[in-house]
Design a protein around this ligand. Structure first.
Ligand SMILES: CC(=O)N[C@H]1[C@@H](OP(=O)(O)OP(=O)(O)OC[C@H]2O[C@@H](n3ccc(=O)[nH]c3=O)[C@H](O)[C@@H]2O)O[C@H](CO)[C@@H](O)[C@@H]1O
Ligand SMILES: C=C(OP(=O)(O)O)C(=O)O
Length: 449
């Protein structure tokens, strides 16, 4: 049984929020601590679900994780790393996508790994074939077991010449975390180059790794025998920033996001300006606001970095329901990321989803029967509704639609939002949102009352 958020819409969000370390970097930097022979310190750590999951998995593997009670900084000491019981690991099946990144570090530190079935947002099939292929190329042996995979390297891990069919963020990180202590040189082509990957490379370089990022998505790693711990301040969460920026636009508000970094958001800021949003950048953050007047429709394609990030799409789609005219969004990273539009349509939005690639470049999903292009006509008045949150970003988009809507919305499944938005209820309160939280009433079987 979870909590219910009752939102009374129509109030512009105004004020300041602070954004801390990125959900898509922090848990991975925590996994990297297993590769060092001295403790690591990670700063700017947000209180989100994926951090809890990785803390627990590290502890199960003998890593001592301590949290500074004032700053929240994490110290991770891997000197007593050990194999965990698979029944304990099983408890984390379905929690997050991070466990797959334990493969290389655990093989290097204790010789083998058991990885539970992955979780994360349900936005497509999300296979791990690239991960398993690169691990096998390093010399790993992978066995499918009930509830997960077991993996070892009886003949050691060796550098390899690798190429990804698509610039996958997770598979690129898998290569980095495995190659840095593998014997010899690894050359990865077709690599992802998201800012969170560059920050992970900075962490690994502090530990003693030798990694060169070349042009054209080529990353070269020279394996080293030993690494130390690191001390690092995590890059801030650009996806959370983009979400609050869209919230300001949708509710006709004005939000200063402390900690936002312009350089990681270039593609988002260009789009924000084109749609009619305004922003001011200073040394400590970015102010996002609705400058008045109608919003403009646009044609948009999600893409790997440096393109428009797929995790920014959903809150921006809500803003596009308020633009005067027809917008098109072509989702090219995940095949099934428009499920959240169903609730927006119930709230009064005019959105159609299509199987065709409605973009300038045909993508991997065009011939495969996936509803991956959306046509949004606006402006439409949104009305309050009952909503059960389907995933992280879709869920945030529902929250901001409800905050802008006429009338009251009743939102369940809000625990999913904690995967990527630290203390979001406190932040909403600080921005003046009108809502309250109650416990969901138990459902009794008919006849038992
Ligand atoms: C925890 C984390 O960092 N999550 C982010 C990460 O997810 P994640 O690392 O899971 O995403 P990937 O970049 O790997 O996925 C991109 C595409 O590659 C496909 N693929 C991936 C791996 C594989 O083995 N086989 C395969 O086909 C996926 O199904 C998807 O279509 O990057 C995504 C793309 O920027 C973001 O939306 C997620 O927020
Ligand atoms: C898809 C996302 O996350 P994950 O990969 O953790 O499911 C996201 O952050 O929007």
């Amino acid at each position: 049984m979870g909590n219910v958020l009752t939102i009374r819409g129509g109030v512009p969000l105004n004020g300041k929020v602070s954004v801390r370390g990125a959900k898509n970097l922090v848990p991975k930097a925590m996994v990297a601590s297993l590769l060092g022979n001295t403790p690591s310190v990670l700063r700017n750590v947000p209180e989100i679900k994926d951090v809890e999951v990785v803390t627990s998995l590290l502890r199960l593997h003998g890593v001592e994780v301590t949290k500074d009670p004032v700053t929240g900084d994490l110290t991770m000491d891997p000197s007593a790393a050990k194999m965990a019981q698979s029944k304990d690991i099983d408890a984390h099946a379905g929690d997050s996508r991070i466990p797959i990144l334990f493969c290389g570090p655990l093989m290097h530190s204790i010789g083998e790994a058991f990885i539970p079935d992955l979780g994360g947002c349900k936005i497509g099939d999300r296979p791990i074939d690239y991960h398993l292929q690169v691990l096998r190329n390093f010399g790993a042996v992978v066995d499918k077991r009930p509830g997960g995979i077991s993996i070892s390297a009886p003949k050691g891990l060796h550098g390899a010449k690798l190429s990804l069919p698509y610039p996958s963020v997770g598979a690129t990180e898998q290569v980095l975390l495995t190659a840095i202590r593998a014997e010899g040189i690894t050359e990865l082509s077709g690599a992802a180059v998201e800012p969170e990957i560059m920050d992970l490379i900075a962490v690994l370089q502090k530990m003693g790794a030798i990694i060169t990022v070349q042009t054209d998505r080529v990353i070269r790693i020279e394996g080293v025998r030993e690494l130390t711990g690191y001390n690092h301040k995590a890059i801030s969460d650009r996806n959370e920033t983009a979400s609050w920026a869209s919230a300001a636009l949708v509710t006709q508000g004005d939000i200063y996001v402390e900690g936002a970094r312009q350089l990681d958001l270039t593609a988002f800021l260009n789009t924000y300006r084109k749609v009619g949003g305004a922003f001011d950048v200073d040394d400590d953050g970015i102010r996002f606001y609705h400058p008045g007047g109608p919003l403009k429709p646009l044609v948009l394609e999600t893409d790997v970095h440096p393109g428009f990030m797929t995790d920014w799409q959903q809150p921006l789609v809500v803003a596009l329901t308020q633009a005067s005219g027809v917008s098109i969004v072509h989702e090219t990273v995940y095949e099934n990321r428009f499920g959240f539009t169903e609730a927006l349509i119930r709230m009064g939005a005019n959105i159609q989803v299509h199987r065709e690639c409605l973009g300038s470049v045909p993508c991997r999903f065009g011939q495969r029967n996936f509803l991956h292009s959306a046509v949004i006509s606006g402006p439409t008045q949104l009305r309050g509704a009952d909503i059960d949150i389907p995933d992280l970003r879709g869920g945030f988009s529902h929250l901001i639609a409800a905050l802008a809507a006429e009338g009251t919305s009743r939102v369940t499944g809000i625990e999913l939002i904690n995967r990527g938005y630290e203390r979001f209820q406190d932040k909403l309160e600080g921005l003046g949102a009108d809502f309250d939280i109650t416990e969901e009433a138990p459902v009794f079987a008919a006849g038992l009352l």
